[in-house]
Design a protein around this ligand. Sequence first.
Ligand code: GDP
Ligand code: ZN
Length: 358
Amino acid sequence: MKKRDKKRFKRKDINISNIEISHIDDFLDDEIAPDKRADKKKADKSKISNKSNMNLVRGRVIELYSNYRSLVKINDLEVICYVSGRLKQYNLETRNILAVGDWVKVEMGLKNRIEEIEERKNTLNRYTEDSFQKKIVVASNLDNAVILTSCSQPAVNFGMVDRILCAALLSDIRPVVCINKSDLLEDTEEIREEASFYEQAGFKVILCSAIDLFGIVELREVLRDADSVFVGHSGVGKSSIINVLQPGLNLKEGDVSDYTGKGMHTTTTSRIISWDFGGNLIDTPGIKTLTLHEDIKYEIKYVFPGMNELSRDCHFQNCSHIHETDCAVKNAVEAGTYDFRRYDSYCRIMESFTGVVL
Ligand code: GDP
Ligand code: ZN
């Protein structure tokens, strides 16, 4: 290399000046570019605070205002807390640092700082729509995912139930199948018959109505003292059911899980609302369904109701139950011992993964 070139390539000293970014908390999460180098830092480290000897108090994140600012319930007080600088510097596997439902340890002071996020027992996730599909934790530490469909207007959608049920099970959240608007059917026999598949597989199925209140007591018992999220397409009656469960809430129709269009990120944040009868509603606007991530396509056969049990008799150990010969699931469908409607639904879920190789 010529001397002149060497000079050109000589590393310059870089002055890192203290650039102040005011109101970073007001930035939309989307506008904060992920720090790729930070990805390499171990996420586990952030869980252990070097301030563990300090006087930290435990609380639960009940609402997010930004990636760094949240409302935390500590005993019966609701206080605004900030993510500590130490937690901020770790870019976890997920795009957001905090999630509604997180149990955190806070150092109380002029500015209350969240120093620790306790390990989550489960998470409800969505993924960015770009090709990176980066995970966003919508809520954490949930007990129930109430999968809501309606008997009519819109027509019952068990395919949607299957998708969400698998997603909930894969996230370690208990699914509850809830079929609303029973008042619109003169005869519920057909729906009950189709839904009995889930009962036989050990899941709770509740037929209810926000109009004549049929099944509401049963639903309330499932929700009592538990943390539950409602998922289901718009119009099935989520807001109506929630208003009936707790009349004082006055959620406007469409308030719950209002999704403004495909590809749009919601700007409304999730929040936790306490039920008067004990337990919490995890309200997640923008979430109508639980996402089945591409990575878990091969796990679905293990959680799809009734399938794993049958698969022991499949000829191939890793049988996908789709194109293989001597498949116990397909044989059961043919023999009428496994509901063909659910098998169809399974095939549709598998087909829906782009580029799936079976
Ligand atoms: P969301 O979009 O899931 O929150 O649904 P809404 O609660 O806004 O309800 C959608 C529509 O269905 C409204 O016109 C409600 O009045 C109606 N609706 C909700 N629950 C029931 C029900 O149990 N029976 C009948 N007949 N209509 C209902
Ligand atoms: Zn098989």
